[in-house]
Design a protein around this ligand. Structure first.
Ligand SMILES: Cc1ncc(COP(=O)(O)OP(=O)(O)O)c(N)n1
Ligand SMILES: Cc1nc(C(=O)O)sc1CCOP(=O)(O)O
Ligand SMILES: [Mg+2]
Length: 230
């Protein structure tokens, strides 16, 4: 499977307030990985360079064992030095084409598009590999993030890129709602890493998404799918 094809599923994002040291970070991430993550984003806006490099390299190794893509938030130098699979860049995080020049063609680049189809179209032209829209619900992790309507996922579908929903997706029911609206990936901090059991949290997200998608199928197809599962 190419890295692009893997951009579908659950996308966990770390938070230094919830996971303040290496032990807590690696234990919580490994727990989430056991339930199956498509992507993990390392996001720590305050870490000094040596802490960031140590933690990002540790996560790269851990994610590699579980077949999960590691994405670095904001910092292209750290993405390169840690051997991560990708970088996430917001609208204030520099020019996408420069990041592509520096990181090369194989590194995944994600772009924040808030609630804007125009930003999404620009990101596609500039070579983004996925587009992120948020915040989908009020978020305690980033209360200042501008809100999006879930209709943006339908509006952006024609761009043909993986679409990520982010912001306040802190329950399985919300994950299922955003997925049903057309998101390829569900990104979450609190819903996974503020939980005592990240593995169980990710498992419940998967389960809710599966149930919702199954319920959206015609009844005869539902019965057929269930008889194959059990
Ligand atoms: C998957 C994903 N989507 C959006 C963001 C937000 O990025 P940005 O707007 O640059 O804000 P910060 O995360 O840097 O505060 C993200 N990190 N990940
Ligand atoms: C980092 C970030 N960016 C957002 C955006 O909308 O661009 S919302 C957000 C925080 C996501 O954390 P939680 O799942 O705990 O709400
Ligand atoms: Mg950013």
């Amino acid at each position: 499977m190419s890295d692009r094809q893997q951009l579908n599923g659950i996308y966990a994002i770390t938070d230094p307030q919830l996971l303040p040291d290496d032990t807590q970070l690696f234990m919580a991430v490994e727990s989430a990985l056991k339930a199956g993550l498509s992507c993990l984003q390392y996001r720590d806006k305050k870490a000094d360079a040596s802490k960031a490099l140590r933690q990002a390299r540790g996560l790269a190794e851990l994610c590699g064992h579980y077949g999960c893509l590691l994405i670095i938030n904001d910092d292209v130098l750290l993405a390169k030095a840690s051997g991560a699979d990708g970088i996430h860049l917001g609208q204030e995080d520099g020019v996408l084409l420069q990041a592509r020049d520096y990181l090369g063609p194989d590194v995944l680049i994600g772009r924040t598009c808030h609630n804007s189809l125009q930003l999404a179209e620009e990101a596609k032209i500039q070579g983004a590999d996925y587009l992120a829209f948020g915040r989908c619900y009020p978020s305690s992790t980033k209360p200042s993030a501008p809100a999006t309507s879930l209709a943006i996922f339908t509006q952006a579908a024609h761009l043909g890129l993986p679409l990520v929903g982010i912001g306040g997706i802190n329950s399985p029911a919300r994950a299922a709602e955003v997925k049903a609206a057309g998101a390829s990936m569900i990104a979450a901090v609190e819903g996974i890493f503020a939980q005592s059991n990240p593995q169980q949290a990710v498992h419940q997200y998967h389960q809710a998404i599966k149930d919702t998608l199954l319920n959206s199928l015609p009844t005869e197809v539902q019965h057929d799918s269930l008889s194959r599962t059990f």
